[in-house]
Design a protein around this ligand. Structure first.
Ligand code: PBG
Length: 325
């Protein structure tokens, strides 16, 4: 057969395939989400996330040695608080001696070059399990933002490099930017959870934090999985309000959204490879139904191909090791 074009020529050997590869993964693009809990000597595996733990601060510091040695440039820290510290207004979140803020300061001084991204939302501290203040079954927007601003400034003071508002209230990026600047933290970045969908794929994360909503769901603030135009509305706002980086979350079922934001904005786009995406691969791997490592690398690469500059992933350590081989 005479064929002018034989695309298989570019796939003939590993060397050719690598030479013509359009996308690649790098450990430098990874952010590793980690969970901190109160106590000492605690390293508790999360049932629905094999290989992922909640750490007490002393254990977190040990773990971070390995994270840093692997070349992972940034972690994103989430706190697990006992029920008795939670209330309607997430009061615990800004107490100077609180676990989370103490952890930020300690980690920053132990690992000054490691970037720390934080979580700004009320749910880890909320007795209602929601990201905002609940009144008569409704999530209050503007009143919540006042709390988010205080939380952001407290986190910046404690050593955060990147503030990550994960709450989806309207107008919070601008308000937080202003609050940070007024407090003298104009160098602290904001990674906006720009297109955060109301997703079933957050289930294992809510186990990790014991933060599932006590009633209802998050559909009045997180986005409808049916929508992509709306992601552009959110992105326009977050961009105008000063976001430095814009996130799409979850990632794997929303690759089109990542691509849409990447094509329409000139700032970095991040993808949050969420807990449920991690859990699915782990479960199938443990059952012998899938090659977990290969599936992991393929999943992460798909996010790069879609246009993600940065990937938040619970696979960060494993993928970093796989990339070293
Ligand atoms: C809540 C928050 C969630 C995640 C990060 N921040 C869950 C939610 O919105 O209910 C999910 C992360 C994951 O599933 O890995 N502010």
């Amino acid at each position: 057969m005479y064929l002018t074009r034989r695309p298989r020529r570019n796939r003939r050997t590993a060397a050719i395939r690598e030479m013509v590869a359009e996308n690649s993964l790098s450990v430098k693009d990874f952010i590793y989400p980690m969970f901190i809990m109160e106590g000492e000597n605690k390293k508790v595996e999360i049932k629905s996330m094999p290989g992922i733990h909640r750490f007490s601060l002393d254990e977190l510091l040990l773990e971070l040695k390995e994270v840093v040695a692997l070349g992972i440039p940034c972690i994103c820290l989430f706190p697990n608080y006992p029920e008795e510290k939670k209330d309607k207004y997430a009061t615990e979140s800004i107490l100077p001696e609180t676990l989370y803020l103490k952890a930020l300061t300690t980690v920053k001084s132990a690992f000054p070059d490691l970037l720390i991204m934080t979580d700004v939302a009320m749910d880890p501290y909320s007795s209602d399990g929601h990201d905002g203040i609940v009144e008569n079954g409704e999530i209050l927007n503007d009143e919540t933002i006042e709390i988010l601003c205080k939380m952001s400034v407290a986190q910046a003071k404690a050593g955060a490099d990147i503030i990550g508002p994960s709450d989806m209230m309207d107008g919070r990026i601008g308000a937080i930017r202003e609050a940070l600047d007024e407090a003298g933290f104009e160098k602290v970045s904001i990674m906006a959870y720009t297109a955060k969908y109301a997703s079933a794929f957050y289930g294992p994360f809510r186990d990790a934090l014991d933060s599932a909503p006590k009633f209802g769901d998050k559909k009045t603030y997180q986005m409808n999985p049916a929508n992509v135009q709306e992601a552009l509305v959110e992105a326009d706002l977050d961009y105008e309000e000063g976001a430095d980086i814009m996130m799409v979350k979850p990632a794997f079922s929303y690759l089109d959204v990542i691509k849409t934001l990447k094509e329409n904005f000139q700032i970095p786009i991040s993808a949050y490879n969420v807990s449920g995406e991690y859990a699915m691969i782990k479960a199938a791997d443990q059952n012998g139904w899938i090659d977990g490592e290969k599936a992991m690398m393929e999943m992460l690469l798909s996010m790069k191909r879609a246009g993600a500059d940065i990937i938040l992933t619970y696979f960060a350590k494993e993928a970093a090791k796989a990339l070293k081989q």
